[in-house]
Design a protein around this ligand. Sequence first.
Ligand SMILES: NC(=O)c1ccc[n+]([C@@H]2O[C@H](COP(=O)([O-])OP(=O)(O)OC[C@H]3O[C@@H](n4cnc5c(N)ncnc54)[C@H](OP(=O)(O)O)[C@@H]3O)[C@@H](O)[C@H]2O)c1
Length: 259
Amino acid sequence: MSTSLVQGASRGLGLQFCKSLLDKGSIVIATCRNPENASNLQNLRQQNSEKLFIHRLDVTNEEHVAQVASEVQAKFGKLDLLINSAGLLHPSGRGETSLKDVTPKGILDTFSTNTVGPLVMAKHFMPLLQKGSGNIGTQHPDPKNQHKAVLVNMSAKVGSITDNGLGGWYSYRMSKAALNMANKNLSIELGRGKNKVICVVLHPGTVDTDLSRPYHKNVPEGKLFTVEYSVGCLLKIIDSLSYLDTGKYYSWDHKELPF
Ligand SMILES: NC(=O)c1ccc[n+]([C@@H]2O[C@H](COP(=O)([O-])OP(=O)(O)OC[C@H]3O[C@@H](n4cnc5c(N)ncnc54)[C@H](OP(=O)(O)O)[C@@H]3O)[C@@H](O)[C@H]2O)c1
């Protein structure tokens, strides 16, 4: 049986990852910063009390990350899939439209959650991922290229430097471009040796969640995905991943995005 951890599971895509992974038969460790306020996650726990475990984790707090890693080590001794889903557009809820909106605090707070948090998660959970069963993704036929686990960092297409034709959203774009670089580094370091971990960055499309809510009226008809649809597409990609995909940046439709 696979053991998955979803970081940022209280709502939005993270909550849907928990639901869909439970449906696929995985044990799910769901982390969020305020479990007592995460009513949808608590309801899911009531229906899946044997398979869903909730832990408090603010991804900007390294002590929380280390504590949950040691609890997962003690209870499960391994991790097969880690999804870093927590993210924010900007502390104000809206991306900067021009330079005059930029503040150092806005940039740093966005980076703390979107970029530094996932890297600190990788630091503390890597020993557990390296002990994974290799039952997530698709194993490469050559034993030298087989993997133990998969690390998914939720990025965004607007983090692509090549694709940036509009500007704006300084904090969010920069935080996701830097997350993409962190993931590339991770893919190199964790691709060495025999306990390989696949590391990818994924773009979910524009999805109907609180994060995108201020912009929903600008989204063309049919282009605002439900969480069910987006997570279904992303899980198909995750199931297909082999070690040859590590370091890549995929969109929900399985197209590779340029960095
Ligand atoms: N929705 C889209 O259209 C879209 C597009 C591209 C990329 N993405 C990416 O997909 C990921 C998920 O986004 P979403 O749409 O599901 O967003 P969302 O519905 O706004 O949910 C954001 C999640 O992040 C959590 N979070 C924020 N700061 C945190 C912290 N310091 N520690 C722990 N958790 C924290 C929130 O927890 P609380 O409930 O405690 O606030 C919430 O669970 C993000 O990385 C986002 O950048 C989304």
